[in-house]
Design a protein around this ligand. Structure first.
Ligand code: SAM
Length: 331
């Protein structure tokens, strides 16, 4: 296993399989300025399989496919099929906006996908449209229900945005009471060169939990465990589901971070907040390099994985924490 200089074991890879997305969430992409990575520079499915085969030799046990939106990439089901058959032990997860999965859910289950993270920032149709640029809320809600019927675990991720979705906390709590799923609020992070982050939008986890506790009694239901993600979870009353917070800014979880990220063009990032990248694409595409050398690079880079909060400590949150936009890192 990759072991970093702080003694953290790295067993989790987040792979952005495309920087393209059918939604245009106002906080994620800098609107019209958004430029996509040219197709020739994006990892092919063969590149990804090669990379993941190499990584599995380093005891990477879990991979999360993200983007952009993974379902915006053509033939994603074909890729999942191949990945599952070539690396059956690998725990494959996906993060999606769930607008493009209707009709694919049974197949996902048959392939062996056990859980989906679904991003959903509003339960109000008009507001959803204003945030994402698309009128797809009903479609997403229907797909969430369909996943639950098929026995696919669902974690809803909502970016906590003061003045945008703070008035919907009660509705999200009701959702976690009525449905067997997790709703997790993520603190809004200043990411990307032209970040839209503003102090006014920032809604800290502690404020959010205080407000939630005023609406419903919350019982702790989960703890910081790197294998279960960085969320602090609570059960609202006798609800079927849970509600939680992910607090990268107010309460970092760097000490338990076990992840590496790979961008859609094959650049390895060892910390979300560090712009230091290792270009793996030429290594993946050069037949002379071979998987052993690629593993060596992953191992050496992983060893130098920084403590993100040390990078954060010098920063004022008014300015961006990293240059890349979130849609090309994958969250
Ligand atoms: N398209 C997929 C989706 O919607 O889940 C995957 C990619 S998206 C970049 C991954 C996650 O990052 C989403 O949950 C999104 O809300 C979140 N995200 C994007 N920008 C963010 C920011 N500045 N702060 C916190 N979360 C952010």
């Amino acid at each position: 296993m990759i072991q970093d200089n702080y003694g953290r074991g790295v067993s989790y890879l987040r792979l952005s399989i495309t920087d393209r997305c059918n939604l245009n969430c106002f906080y994620c992409r800098p609107g019209r300025d958004a430029r996509f990575i040219p197709h020739k520079d994006v990892l092919t499915y063969e590149d990804m399989l090669y990379l993941l085969r190499a990584a599995s030799g380093l005891d990477i046990q879990k991979v999360r496919l993200t983007g952009g939106d993974p379902f915006a990439r053509r033939d994603i089901l074909y890729f999942l099929h191949r990945l599952k058959s070539e690396l059956p032990e690998l725990d494959i997860r996906l993060t999606t906006n769930a607008t493009l999965i209707a009709g694919k859910i049974r197949v996902l289950k048959d392939i062996g996908i056990k859980a989906l993270n679904i991003s959903l920032d509003s339960l109000d149709r008009d507001k959803y449209r204003r945030i994402t640029g698309q009128d797809r809320l009903q479609n997403v809600l229907a797909s969430i229900d369909r996943c639950l019927e098929e026995g696919i675990r669902v974690k809803i991720n909502a970016v906590a945005l003061k003045g945008v979705n703070d008035d919907e906390l009660g509705d999200f709590l009701s959702m976690a009471v009525e449905k067997p799923l997790d709703v997790r609020f993520i603190e809004f992070m200043p990411i990307g060169e032209k970040t839209l982050w503003e102090k006014d939008y920032y809604w800290s986890s502690s404020e959010l939990l205080q407000k939630a506790g005023g609406i419903m009694e919350l019982f702790p239901a989960g703890h910081l465990n790197p294998n279960h993600g960085p969320a602090r979870m609570f059960r609202p009353g006798h609800g079927l589901g849970r509600i939680g917070v992910i607090s990268p800014l107010s309460e970092h979880f760097c000490a338990t971070c076990n992840r590496l990220r790979i961008t859609a063009e094959g650049r390895l990032r060892t910390c979300l907040f560090s712009d230091r990248e290792y270009n793996l694409l030429p290594m993946i595409r050069s037949p002379r390099v071979g998987p052993d050398r690629l593993r060596l690079v992953l191992e050496r880079a992983g060893r130098r994985k920084p403590m993100g909060h040390e990078l954060l400590s010098g920063e004022k949150h008014e300015k961006s924490l990293c240059r890349r936009i979130m849609s090309s890192i994958g969250g």
